[in-house]
Each structure stands twice: as C-alpha cells, then as structure tokens.
Ligand binder design. Structure first.
Ligand code: HEM
Length: 152
C-alpha cells in the first residue's frame, strides 16, 4: 500500500515537471515576431546595463548597443498584438504611436552609441536610465498585460 502511494507520488511529481517544462517551452514558441525582437533587445540591454559604467568594457558594450539598435529597427516592421483590442477607429493611431515610441527609443540608442564610442561613460549610464523609463512607460500603453505562466 505504502509502495503504491510512493509510486503515485513519483508519478505526480513527474507529471508536474513535464507540464512545467512544456509550458516553459510553449512560452518561448508563443512569442510574436515583435516579442522575439523585444527579447533580443532585452538580452542586449541587460548586458549594456551591467557594464555601461565600466569603460574597460566599452568595445563589448558597443557590440551590444549595435545588436540592440538592429533589433529595435527591425521591430518597426511589426505591430503590437494589443492592436486587436483597440476599437477599429483608433487602431491606426495606436500603431503610429507605437512606431513613434520605438523611433524615439532608436534615436536614444544612437545617442547611447555615440556616448560609449566617445568614452563618456557617465553620460552613457544616464541614457540607459532614460531608456529604462521609455521601456516601462511604453509597455504600459502598448503591451498586453498577462500573468506569468506557472513556475516562472
Ligand atoms: C529598453 C527598451 C525595451 C526593452 C528591453 C523591451 C523588452 C521587451 C520584452 C522582454 C518583451 C516581452 C517579449 C516576449 O517575451 O514576448 C517586450 C514586449 C513588448 N514591447 Fe518592449 N522593450 C523595450 C521598449 C519598448 C518600446 C519603446 C515599445 C513601444 C514603443 C515596446 C513595445 C512592446 C510591445 C508592444 C510588446 C509586446 C509584443 C507584441 O505585442 O507582440 N517595447 N518588450
């Protein structure tokens, strides 16, 4: 009897592990084309944030800024998923506002590029902060809010 309970427990644990990993895999595959560009920007932006103040890492930071800029420019080709939730009369403006917001980010990233290339690390760090604010504010408007999947 005890053995049977143990086997059942092990089975339940296995099933849970399987479901969690399946959900995780799904969450990457489920990304929209825009979400994939954003994820690439995010990976570069994390590294940038970690090392922007360190002038010995400027060559590597510049590489990451270039990756960020490339992906942000490519993201301009897409529309936010949230557009479908906007009444049809407002959709065109919604997408135009999204593109304007992204273009502002791209222009700011160009300033970051210049500052890092010039070895102005304190300026560069301040620009990264501005970009964080832009990210936060834009996501509030343009991104669909979803609860994180279980186990994340
Ligand atoms: C430093 C700047 C930014 C970073 C690091 C960033 C990062 C991200 C990340 C990690 C996601 C989730 C991707 C996923 O897993 O699906 C995302 C989604 C999204 N972001 Fe950004 N973001 C930034 C700026 C912006 C700006 C400025 C806008 C708009 C003007 C924007 C609009 C969106 C939208 C609309 C989504 C949802 C994707 C979709 O609708 O298909 N983001 N972003």
């Amino acid at each position: 009897m005890l053995l049977r309970f143990r086997a059942l427990g092990a089975l339940a644990a296995l099933a849970l592990a399987f479901t969690t990993s399946a959900l995780r895999a799904q969450s990457t595959e489920d990304k929209t084309p825009l979400g994939k560009k954003m994820s690439a920007m995010n990976a570069a932006f994390r590294t940038i944030g970690q090392q922007v103040a360190d002038s010995s890492k400027n060559a590597s930071t510049l590489e990451q800024v270039t990756i960020f800029e490339t992906n942000a420019k490519e993201a301009l080709a897409f529309e936010p998923e949230k557009k479908a939730q906007i009444e049809s009369a407002g959709q065109e403006k919604f997408v135009a506002d999204f593109r304007a917001g992204l273009q502002k980010l791209i222009d700011t990233a160009a300033k970051l590029h210049e500052a890092v290339a010039a070895g102005k690390n304190a300026d560069a760090a301040a620009i990264v902060e501005q970009m964080r604010t832009m990210q936060r504010e834009s996501h509030q408007v343009f991104r669909i809010r979803r609860p994180p999947p279980p186990g994340m």
